[in-house]
Design a protein around this ligand. Sequence first.
Ligand code: NAG
Ligand code: NAG
Ligand code: NAG
Ligand code: NAG
Length: 459
Amino acid sequence: LPAFYPYIVPLKVSNLPFRLLKLKESFIAKFGSAPKFYVRAPGRVNLIGEHIDYCGYAVLPMAIEQDILIAVEPVKTEVVQLANINSSYLDFSTSVNNIQINKTKPQWHSYFLCGLKGIQEHFGLNNPTGMNCLLDGTIPPSSGLSSSSALVCCAGLVTLKANGKTLSKVELAEICTKSERYIGTEGGGMDQSISFLAEEGTAKLIEFSPLRATDVRLPSGAAFVIANSCVEMNKAATSHYNIRVMECRLATKLLAKSKSLDWKKMLRLQDVQASLGVSLEEMLTIVEEVLHPEPYSTEEICKCLGISLEELRSQILSQNTQNVSTFKLYQRAKHVYSEAARVLEFKKICSETPDNAIQLLGELMNQSYISCKEMYECSCPELDRLVDICLQFGAVGSRLTGAGWGGCTVSMVPTDKLNTFLKNVKKAYYQNDGQRLALENNGLFATKPGRGALVFVEA
Ligand SMILES: *[C@@H]1O[C@H](CO)[C@@H](O)[C@H](O)[C@H]1NC(C)=O
Ligand SMILES: *[C@@H]1O[C@H](CO)[C@@H](O)[C@H](O)[C@H]1NC(C)=O
Ligand SMILES: *[C@@H]1O[C@H](CO)[C@@H](O)[C@H](O)[C@H]1NC(C)=O
Ligand SMILES: *[C@@H]1O[C@H](CO)[C@@H](O)[C@H](O)[C@H]1NC(C)=O
């Protein structure tokens, strides 16, 4: 596969899939002319490695088939017009020379603007082209399958192609990671990286600084099943996510200070491990020695670091954590270092394929879930119930996936049990709840590693 974007796939008109044809027709009806190209960027499911990308640690996701698809026509004005096939999402237009992103109340188009702005700024574009864009998304929103990052990535690739520029996949992933932060969330880069670096048939170990992706072949005897709890969770609209990011940063600073490291420069839990040159297991011991399980007040944190409350607020706390009064540091650090070790173990088992590989991977998924629930406190009662149901009906391992507090679970199910598993989970979680049943079609499905983002043109 090419390492650079735009990576263009010509499609014979006679082979245009129904979805593209429908999008093309709607585009013509909306804008009065035909799109010049199409871009798609997939969502993802994270198999293991939750809430550790922003701490600097490797994660293990795969792209799913569901994606954001955008039909595009560059235009000679300086206006970008955005429309969505789903009329719940209102039309939006703005000058490409004056991009304003609303952090207070992000709308669907805000994510498009993040990708647009990221590419404009990277190239310092003086005269970015205007565009007409029509979007069709199939990733259930706020479900932990990365619909928002897929939209940022899709918009980044749309802008790259429309302005005649080229970037490596890795550069594009890094730019889209940074530009999604215009919305106010401090994501770590997993979602954007897998959206661009994914390849069909293989999950990926994604490592950071420098960003790289390694194939991870999943065992052939098992299917990975996504099940939506039908509780919505939007990273940008909740404080939980940003508080966890800050708790990890504060734990980093306290651990670094206790080991006489240059704590002011350290931002991620991985920085502490790298500076000390110790193993993840040793980091777990250090956490137990240095931090206490009781929550830390801001006063205690200031005392440990030898700084004033004003310094804490202005130099360390983010805009959206200024008013938080207590932070759990021990539990968050324990989760991160143990989860980082589980990711490496998962990858090792996938490459060594021992006879009991499926059993071992299931145990790791179970442990990851328990750590998310108990140490990171990012589950919710509906996710807990769904994990229980999945394990009860034959999953070897099951866990929440994505940020949590709602969204989806991912379960590993022996292939020969898949059909009865799906039937039973449907009955137990979805059947008796009208709202859940309505979402079940898009909310309970087995998935295979899909391909990364690409550009289509009509040949
Ligand atoms: C359109 O989007 C809304 C909001 O996400 C969703 O509830 C609805 O099911 C979508 N409609 C279709 C036809 O996909
Ligand atoms: C952002 O959205 C809020 C709520 O809709 C609105 O009050 C505010 O004016 C918006 N800010 C900008 C910069 O558009
Ligand atoms: C923090 O609290 C102050 C005083 O209660 C309030 O004025 C301010 O809006 C709050 N800031 C945030 C980011 O919630
Ligand atoms: C995962 O956890 C469930 C519930 O505790 C258990 O029944 C199952 O055996 C575990 N899977 C493995 C592979 O240990």
